[in-house]
Design a protein around this ligand. Structure first.
Ligand code: HEM
Length: 534
């Protein structure tokens, strides 16, 4: 049986290899036939040395908001314009799939929402999106608070232990702390598993980090050598990856089994009104298993959970990291944020209701996402030929692209575009309060909060696709409100308790990027108990 299954794996690997080769050929051929547009010539050195999205930004300023990036025979279209982004993500969304991203993530996420084929995606999106309903989010805020409290207690203890120098401060890597916090939250929120990673190490935690590390490696490694037959058995890092995956899969299978054994099948409307304070396991898995008419095999459920584990962990931890990085360089804004936290929360904990009053903290979170979008690039491949709108200062009749064209939608460029933002590189959470007007831009309608009444956080609809922290259109992030509230709670609780300074200069915090933008060596900070609380 084992031999047979390896043969089947081998066949699949060979098929993948052939698919990749044929995609490469299609792209090679199509690269030459992308309609005429400004062209940037990339060199291999642009891929190394500094984050790739920096080079994409420089070329954007030089060549405009739609340009072709040629790497030898290979060509990509780089988009940095809201009208073109709206076209690709929303107006003609089903003309595109995730291209190379799906190829990279499929071995990890299987048929989870991000890499899924269109038919599976339609089916699962209809089931998963309703899971993030109001009462679930309310229950999740309690999880965010409990987990953040664990982190604050840990930091306070470290501070007590480390203050013998009389400085009453400690130095620590806050990025690592946020990563543990986000892992604990996503485990509890999605499948009711307490990793407990804020306070301990375990084989499952190590396996999750191993898998995230591999996902990152694959997204920056341009030759999919892991698809070569037998590579997964021969290459040591691929063997380790397979064993990490097995540890996580076994853990998820156990949780799925438990949830199915305690299934209480109900209609979706009733599930959305369920009182979560009565439930021992108020997780998304509970919702997916209990939903009437949404039966799927364990494999699909596991892919769904794994996708959300990966999509919701590093992204949120990165938002917190960059929010603190930005605040630490702006002490006046840090003080203003602390003053808001004190006046809204006092010494109490954040709640679903009080998040609505933490306006400045919410805007800090979205401003951190504007300056450091996670991921900095969205990837698409055209399934049919299409005509992209010209965009700001582009060709009036647009740009024709053939089927198979790879598109990098640079959210980083959009969010720092000098054409749509005042002082684009500055950290100004207040900017979202101001309605922007620019007479020069005809088609872009600018900020208009009335387009998304009741939205707690600025979003792509309000900004008409000039601000895309969670993508847009049908493939928009399903966990956006979860992540935003999680970040708001964690940041508010950190500022409620501590003053934070960077340990070194801002320039010493080097950026690296895979799926998310993170630091090269951690966000080393000096942490002090708030002096005004003594
Ligand atoms: C998709 C960002 C947190 C689950 C996306 C996309 C973005 C994004 C930009 C669209 C990708 C594309 O169009 O190619 C973020 C950021 C987060 C975050 C910045 C944190 C601050 C989460 C969380 C979850 C989650 C907490 C789950 C609990 C997903 C899923 C998709 C997705 C399942 C795929 C949706 C689909 O294709 O239908 N995310 N995300 N994300 N995200 Fe998030």
């Amino acid at each position: 049986i084992r031999c047979q299954s390896i043969n089947a794996e081998e066949k699949k690997s060979k098929r993948n290899l052939l698919d990749n080769a044929s995609n490469l050929l299609t792209n090679f051929l199509s690269g030459g036939s992308i309609g005429s547009m400004p062209t940037a010539e990339g060199a291999v050195s642009d891929l190394f040395g500094r984050p790739f999205f920096f080079s994409l930004y420089d070329w954007f300023l030089e060549h405009g908001s739609v340009y072709k990036l040629a790497f030898g025979p290979k060509a990509f279209v780089v988009v940095s314009d809201p009208i073109v982004a709206r076209h690709v993500l929303r107006e003609n969304a089903f003309c595109y799939d995730k291209g190379v991203l799906a190829e990279i993530l499929e071995p990890i996420m299987g048929k989870g929402l991000i890499p899924a084929d269109l038919d599976t995606w339609k089916l699962r999106r209809r089931v998963i999106a309703p899971g993030f309903h109001t009462l679930y989010l309310e229950a999740m805020v309690r999880v965010f608070t409990t987990c953040s409290e664990r982190t604050m207690t840990k930091l306070s203890k470290l501070l007590k232990g480390g203050s013998s120098d009389g400085q009453k401060s400690i130095e620590l890597d806050l990025e690592a702390e946020f990563s543990s916090l986000a892992l604990d939250i996503i485990g509890l929120g999605v499948f009711n598993y307490d990793f407990g990673s804020v306070t301990k190490e375990s084989p499952v935690i190590k396996a999750v980090y191993g898998t995230l590390f591999e996902a990152e490696h694959r997204s920056t490694f341009y030759i999919p050598y892991w698809n070569i037959p037998l590579a997964r058995w021969i290459v040591p890092r691929q063997r380790k990856f397979q064993s990490d995956l097995k540890i996580i899969n076994d853990c998820l299978d156990g949780l799925i089994r438990n949830a199915k054994e305690t299934r209480q099948e109900t209609d979706v409307e009733k599930l959305q009104q369920r009182d979560y304070s009565d439930l021992k396991d108020a997780s998304l898995l509970r919702f997916l298993v209990d939903m009437r008419g949404a039966d799927v095999d364990d494999r699909q459920l596991r892919d769904d959970l794994m996708t959300m584990l990966i999509a919701g962990h590093e992204t949120t931890s990165a938002v917190l990291t960059w929010a603190v990085f930005l605040l630490a360089q702006n002490p006046a804004k840090m003080k203003a944020a602390q003053a808001e936290v004190d006046s809204v929360l006092g010494e109490g904990k954040p709640t679903f209701e009080s998040i609505k009053r933490l306006q400045y903290i919410r805007l800090i979170v979205v401003e951190a996402l504007r300056l450091y979008p996670q991921p900095p690039l969205l990837i698409r491949r055209s399934l049919k030929s299409d005509v992209l709108p010209g965009g700001y200062r582009g060709k009036k009749d647009g740009y024709a692209i053939p089927a198979g064209t790879d598109i990098f939608l640079s959210v980083y460029n959009l969010h720092r575009s000098p054409y749509f933002w005042d002082r684009p590189n500055d950290f100004e959470p207040e900017r979202f309060l101001v309605q922007r007007k620019n007479e020069e831009i005809e088609e872009w309608a600018g900020f208009d909060p009335s387009r998304s009444p009741g939205a707690l956080y600025p979003n792509e609809i309000i900004a008409d696709f000039a601000f895309l922290p969670f993508g847009g259109g049908p493939r928009k992030c399903v966990g956006d409100q979860f992540a935003l509230m999680e970040s708001t709670v964690a940041l508010a609780m950190l500022l409620q308790n501590f003053d934070v300074e960077l340990k070194g200069t801002p320039e010493s915090v080097e950026l690296v990027t895979g799926a998310t933008i993170h630091t090269k060596n951690g966000l080393w900070c000096k942490l002090k108990k708030r002096s005004d609380l003594d």
